[in-house]
Design a protein around this ligand. Sequence first.
Ligand SMILES: Cc1cc2nc3c(=O)[nH]c(=O)nc-3n(C[C@H](O)[C@H](O)[C@H](O)COP(=O)(O)OP(=O)(O)OC[C@H]3O[C@@H](n4cnc5c(N)ncnc54)[C@H](O)[C@@H]3O)c2cc1C
Length: 453
Amino acid sequence: MRAIVAGGGLAGLTAACSLVDRGWSVTVLEERARLGGATFSFTREGLVIDNGQHVLLRCYTEYLGWLRRLGVEHEIEMQPRFRIPVQRPGGNRYVLERTPGLPAPLHLGPALARYGLLGLTDRLRVLRGVDELRKLELDNPALDEQRFGTWLRRAGQNDRTIEALWNLITVAALNTEADNAALSLCAMVFRTALLENADSADIGIPRVPLQRLHGEAAEKYLRDRGASVRTDTPARRITPDADGFTVELDGERLEADRVVLAVPARKAAELAPKGSLRTPSGYPEELGTSPILNLHVVYDREVLDEQMLAFVDSPVQWVFDRTAISGLTESSDDARKPSGAQYLAVSLSAAEELIDEPTANLRKTFLPELSRVLPAAAAANVESFFVTRERHATFRQGPGTAVMRANPASKVPGLVLAGAWTGTGWPDTMEGAVRSGLDAARLIGRPRLQEGT
Ligand SMILES: Cc1cc2nc3c(=O)[nH]c(=O)nc-3n(C[C@H](O)[C@H](O)[C@H](O)COP(=O)(O)OP(=O)(O)OC[C@H]3O[C@@H](n4cnc5c(N)ncnc54)[C@H](O)[C@@H]3O)c2cc1C
């Protein structure tokens, strides 16, 4: 059987890998020059730069399984246990971490008790919020109609607990603030990652650039198994016919028995045959998109003594040390050399207000702020400062979006959708993308009659 996978992001690549493993003849079509979709790298000033810092959690079981299949799982540095250092400007550093040997959710109790960014009363408030979260029925569709922030306040939370704790996770995981996020997705994230299993939220950070981890590894996997991988090749039109599908490219037509459409939501609306998607009309606009901005700063010396550090009470959200991964030092052993230069990525999620700011303005705002939050930066020289902007980083994971996410089975037998924006039940994440790719490959193998039902 011949399958065309349109879209070489994680969803499309996962589907393609699963299909070649089952003996399908697979062609991957990718519009851009490289595979990996929203996860890619490029070279600038001799450094390998990721378009945006990505992290994963131990509960990303399908994503980790895919990396294992590609033979690159060892390129993830997984925390032995969940640990997030958090600081406010000029203040002490507190560590949100799990205590080994304690079952969830007690594993977070000691860290919460020591979390000095909240006063005692607010820490007790958080316990009440956790208790309420644990009572929610996650499959209740009404949860998708509510804002997490509104619900949190009803569950006893106040501006401070939201700012210093709930938003720390919500903004990073959902790319939106609690006040704009759907309760359903937030409840799923907090429950799955933090409240149900003690090790689920252990954080993984790639040791190699995203391009190597995803795009290059998947391309090798696919080519080694006989798949055709075509970059710079956008699909222009998909037409079902009696024998399968014709996929039009620029100046060429391909025939296939089945098609996996693994492109972003708005592209799927353009490419899918008219009336074929099981989505409400206007779904791409309703889903919307939410931007992520990364500031890349190279200092002439070490200014950050952690691999990652989160901030509250500052526009700086999360800072990552990317010195070794970018090739700034020759080996990771050198990365913390006190006299060596250090390259930091400042990840700014839910960045609607910043996404169009000129680089000069961002520099003017954020370099002094970095000096405020990382005192060693005040004495350091900035060797390089640039910005990567992902305007459509994720869909806007707000209330009412669950019904807008596509059912992977289209109305046309043999045409299946994949993508982190489809109805995976997961937020728009690498895990969601991989899960959707696996589902698409499973679905496409079904007899055509069943599939369209
Ligand atoms: C800056 C940033 C930071 C992020 N951080 C995290 C994180 O820390 N953890 C996490 O889990 N997730 C994170 N995400 C989200 C994660 O990257 C995405 O959820 C995931 O990569 C989406 O994969 P996808 O395959 O569904 O979609 P995409 O990656 O968007 O892939 C779709 C592909 O289709 C291609 N395409 C479009 N039109 C056509 C066409 N006509 N023909 C052929 N190809 C076409 C596109 O070029 C693209 O390659 C982040 C995203 C960004 C942008």
